[in-house]
Ligand binder design. Structure first.
Ligand SMILES: [Zn+2]
Ligand SMILES: [Zn+2]
Length: 338
């Protein structure tokens, strides 16, 4: 099969490797759409790797034994290789599993572990079926485009009475706007990249504020009768945005952190937490039991096409990475067989 490799600084191409083989209750999926995520960072840094991507949808083409899917099924390939046995896995919160498979040890090779490729291997219980009438491209938005923020909004029970702040309008934050609008919330976005500001407005953000402005938190408060937003969600992974979420959220409000960040964010316990009565959450992805609801957003949101800014044949991977690195994009989808 063909798969994507980063060959040097800002240089990507395709390499040929042996087709992977399924084992036990795992299935082989022919990848029909593979959304790009944060892989552009390795592209910019010239970090040579050929195991790229964690988002895919496709068709089951081979199983090793009778399992939860059959050949011909159209499926979403859920992320990670969780054990399937621990309490978190059984409850559907598999994304937090601490006993993930050692893929190479189990399969005997690393081939089939990355999504920016023509085939991928996955335990069959992590291959929920795509409902009839939903295309592969649309279904692929059930991964990082809509997934992390769907989980976050579900956690905070966001609804039509809420005003919501979303900091960072990359592909995840823009997916957050789609999810929040689907739930009827009023949306304020904090973003400064011009392409993304425009896109956030197009997707239904009522106001887009510039997080670099000194008075940004006060500006958001003035949009909410001086009280602050009911709920906030950070999709930027920056310490400054964490602070903006805390300062711009009302007393007894909720905040969920979605954007990855390994720096320390200072929190002042009395003014930020005790006096305000804030609730802070972390959200990585959504519980597997919510998959049918994510499909409802995909089927019924009028904004869904606008979330996919580019579709590239995988053979044009260099161009796809250049667009991804420019940030002038929402979700970019690769077609591995074109
Ligand atoms: Zn587990
Ligand atoms: Zn992703």
């Amino acid at each position: 099969m063909k798969k994507v490799a980063i060959l040097g600084k800002c240089k990507a191409g395709l390499v040929e490797v042996p087709d992977p083989k399924p084992k036990e209750d795992w299935a082989l999926v022919k990848v029909q759409a593979a959304p790009m995520c944060t892989e552009y960072k390795a592209f910019l840094a010239g970090k040579k790797t050929e195991y790229l991507g964690h988002e895919a949808v496709g068709e089951v083409v081979e199983v090793a034994q009778p399992c939860k899917v059959k050949v011909g099924d159209r499926v979403v390939v859920m992320p990670q290789y969780p054990c399937g046995k621990c309490q978190l896995c059984i409850s559907g919160d598999y994304i937090h599993c601490e006993n993930s498979y050692n893929f190479a040890k189990f399969i005997g090779s690393r081939e089939g572990s990355a999504t920016m490729a023509q085939y991928i291997l996955k335990p069959s219980w992590l291959l929920p079926l795509i409902p009839d009438g939903i295309s592969y491209e649309h279904a692929s938005l059930a991964l990082c485009a809509l997934g992390p923020t769907f989980g976050a909004l579900n956690l905070m029970n966001v609804g039509p009475f809420d005003t919501m702040l979303i900091t960072g309008a990359g592909a995840v934050g823009l997916g957050g706007v789609v999810n929040a609008r689907f739930r009827g919330a009023r949306v304020i976005v904090a973003e400064f990249h011009p392409w993304r500001v425009k896109k956030a407005r197009e997707l239904g953000a009522e106001v887009v504020v510039d997080p670099r402005d000194e008075g940004c938190a006060n500006q958001i408060k003035s949009l909410t009768n001086g009280i602050g937003v009911d709920k906030a969600m950070d999709c930027s992974g920056t310490v400054k945005a964490h602070r903006l979420c805390i300062d711009a959220t009302r007393r007894k409000g909720h905040i969920t952190f979605v954007g990855e960040c390994s720096e320390e964010t200072p929190i002042r316990i009395s003014p930020d937490m005790i006096r305000k009565g804030l609730t802070l959450h972390g959200s990585w992805h959504y519980n597997l039991s919510l998959f049918p609801d994510v499909m409802k957003v995909i089927r019924n949101s009028p904004l869904i096409d606008k979330l996919m800014s580019h579709v590239f044949p995988m053979s044009k991977i260099q161009e796809a990475f250049e667009v991804s690195a420019s940030h002038d994009c929402a979700k970019i989808i690769l077609k591995p067989w074109e």
